[in-house]
Design a protein around this ligand. Structure first.
Ligand code: WQD
Length: 338
């Protein structure tokens, strides 16, 4: 079956393309290369042994999106990653986020709505929960007012998909990611943050390799065991596999409603200091860091209740924090050796 992966040259998208190929899907990658590199295509090719079909498409251009689906009129499966995702940038430039993340989603859905039946996997985020009251977080936890325009585009995106699915042949699964980290075991693909990394793990690996002087730990005065924030860090390969399982669920008509929601995490929370200690153990390198003030907008704690994903979706994270950090470190060393 032919499937389009939007943002397929991005971090999670590229790993999902690999897993789709492994499961026998025919994949068309579209990406506008605004936050990814064409070199990722080579990395994917080295892993799967064939050059994936790639088209440079900007989903903000409605005529281009329409032309794409007219050309590939046999496509009924879409995994939609393409979106801007930097929380801080979204605060400074909200319209960039509303145009890119919402308009492109609308144009995609307008094409799928023309089809009798289609299958849509949406890249959502645990950010929609804000600071949830209870841990671990279930899918029934209330969706909070967003802490950033980025988070708002995920919340609005879920609502748009839900409304459209009611009146069309679109079947959708919303995957609410926790914190994706790591890289492919071959070190052929991984995370490629543009500029100074905002996220913890790429900042750690860039510090360990010497690009950054030291890691700033944003606060150790939170109400947690060691005072630093807790997150559910999930290996990007486990996360990629969840997308293929979700797509297969829709294709096989196993979904119990037109729109289903699943938390995709490990179900385990790790503090910033625990991640640092684990990285030092895995890499054998002491990590220079300093404790600084809290980062605006950070929540204290978030980790997933994965019962629905495990028991209904039939997916479970298998890789550990150590394996993810080891893969991230190997990837960083590979990228810097080129
Ligand atoms: C994790 C923890 C920081 C950097 C965001 C988005 C989420 C998803 C993942 C896109 C926090 C601490 C971080 C640093 C630090 N994005 N930290 N020093 O904020 O949980 O989630 O990225 O899909 O939607 O909200 O991830 O990696 O930025 O931070 O101390 O240099 O590490 O305070 O506690 P976050 P993160």
């Amino acid at each position: 079956m032919k499937v389009v992966v939007t943002g397929g040259l991005g971090f999670i998208g590229s790993h999902t393309v690999v897993e789709l190929y492994r499961q026998g899907f025919e994949v068309v990658i579209i990406d506008n290369l605004s936050n990814s590199s064409i070199d990722v295509l080579t990395g994917i090719e080295k892993i799967i042994g064939t050059k994936p079909v790639f088209e440079q498409i900007d989903l903000r251009d409605k005529t281009v999106v329409t032309a794409f689906f007219e050309k590939h009129n046999d496509i009924t499966g879409v995994i939609h990653f393409a979106a801007s995702k930097a929380v801080g940038e979204s605060v400074e430039n909200p319209l960039l986020y509303y145009e890119n993340n919402i308009a492109s989603l609308v144009y995609l859905l307008q094409e799928l709505q023309k089809k009798k039946e289609s299958y849509f996997i949406f890249s959502s985020s645990c950010t929609v929960y804000g600071q949830a009251e209870n841990m671990p977080i279930t899918e029934c936890a209330s969706v909070q007012p967003a802490m950033s325009p980025y988070g708002n585009t995920k919340r609005i995106g879920e609502e748009i998909i839900t409304d459209v699915a009611k009146v069309s042949g679109i079947n959708a699964i919303l995957l609410r990611y926790f914190n994706p980290i790591g890289a492919h075991e071959t070190a052929e693909i991984g995370e490629l943050p543009v500029g100074v990394p905002q996220n913890l793990v790429p900042f750690i690996t860039q510090t360990a390799i010497g690009i950054r002087k030291e890691l700033s730990v944003y606060g150790d005065d939170y109400p947690t065991a060691d005072g630093t924030c807790i997150r559910d860090y999930i290996h990007v390969v486990d996360l990629a596999k969840a997308h293929v399982v979700a797509l297969r669920r829709l294709i096989d008509h196993k979904n119990e409603s037109k729109v289903e929601v699943f938390n995709v995490g490990t179900g385990k929370g790790s503090s910033v200091l625990e991640v640092i200690r684990t990285f030092e153990k895995v890499s054998g390198k002491p990590l220079p860091y300093k404790i600084v003030g809290r980062r605006e907008g950070d929540i204290i704690e978030a980790y997933a209740n994965t019962d629905r994903a495990n028991q209904i979706l039939g997916w479970k994270a298998e890789l550990t924090l150590e394996e993810a950090l080891d893969a991230a470190w190997k990837w960083e060393q590979k990228v810097r050796s080129i």
